[in-house]
Design a protein around this ligand. Structure first.
Ligand code: SIN
Length: 283
């Protein structure tokens, strides 16, 4: 098979001519790696992989982060379950975010495999933080250059989580848990603009879910600046939806993209398997 990399609209690229159920030759892996670094998210169609094959593909990229807050697959703790049942109202990931920015060494990325899909809806939106950085108006770019921001998981996953009023059922039905682990996490500080560790490109690295405030600014000033950055990053020109089909897999880079899961398929089941790969400190 010959690998082909095809751009996916404004964000990401589809990798064709690859079978993730088989060991990937080094030269093909290098092509996927370079597409991943360049585009921020890569998509694979018509794959048929078992859970151990999903894990093997993830291990090719680095150590697996065992999720502390999501329910795990009963047989494979490496796989976090992202599920919404027909009678549940709220989904997981239903707001713009980048996974694990609340860690000192934020995760490299996540590999999400579709296992059961609703008949319609349930897409995932991606926004390119490379494109958002490149598209910054000069005055805003100057205001954020060199700044650093505090991130946290406690207000989302902790025992005093404010956001959970809107996500009550993900916690009460056991899809999300372990709040005591979130309560004791240290809140890391990351640059507002990072130099991406793989591509060397500049990317915006704050997100509406996990970033608390920008260091050195008064609370209101920090909130206003974050809102301005978020409004910019959410512009349609930096976004693209990914519509899942049976056999689809998405592998996104948490340092180069935001994502959110549409919650538009009430009354139907959606089950995704997510494996997250450890990353490095960001500079
Ligand atoms: C996530 O935010 O990790 C889940 C995305 C999705 O379910 O589409």
């Amino acid at each position: 098979m010959t690998i082909e990399i095809r751009k996916h609209g404004r964000v990401g690229a589809e990798v064709l001519g690859i079978d993730l159920a088989r060991p990937i030759p080094d030269e093909d892996f290098a092509l996927v790696r370079s597409a991943f670094a360049e585009h921020g998210v890569v998509f694979f169609r018509d794959q048929s992989i078992t859970e151990p094959q999903h894990i093997a593909f993830a291990r090719r990229w680095g150590a697996i982060n065992i999720n502390r807050f999501f329910a795990a697959h009963p047989d494979y703790p490496e796989i976090a379950l992202v599920v919404k049942e027909p009678d549940q109202q709220h989904n997981i990931g239903g707001g713009w975010h980048t996974d694990h920015s609340y860690d000192l060494e934020p995760a490299l990325g996540s590999i999400l495999a579709a296992r059961e899909l609703p008949p319609e809806g349930g897409a995932t939106a991606f926004a390119s933080m490379y494109a958002a950085y490149d598209g910054l108006p000069e005055p805003l770019r100057a205001r954020i250059e060199g700044r650093r921001a505090v991130h946290s998981a406690r207000h989302i996953f902790g025992s005093k989580a404010v956001a959970y009023e809107a996500l009550q059922d993900t916690r009460s039905d056991g899809r999300i848990g372990n709040s005591s682990a979130a309560d004791v996490l240290d809140d890391p500080v990351h640059p507002v603009v990072i130099t991406h560790p793989l591509s060397g490109k500049r990317a915006i690295y704050v997100n509406p879910s996990f970033t608390l405030h920008i260091l050195g600014l008064a609370e209101e000033e920090s909130r206003d600046l974050l809102q301005e950055i978020y409004a910019h990053c959410q512009k349609p020109e930096f976004q693209e939806d990914f519509h899942w089909r049976d056999g689809s897999i998405a592998f996104w880079d948490n340092r180069a993209t935001w994502h959110y899961a549409y919650n538009d398929y009430h009354g139907h089941r959606r089950e995704m398997h997510r494996i997250t790969i450890e990353g490095v400190a960001l500079g």
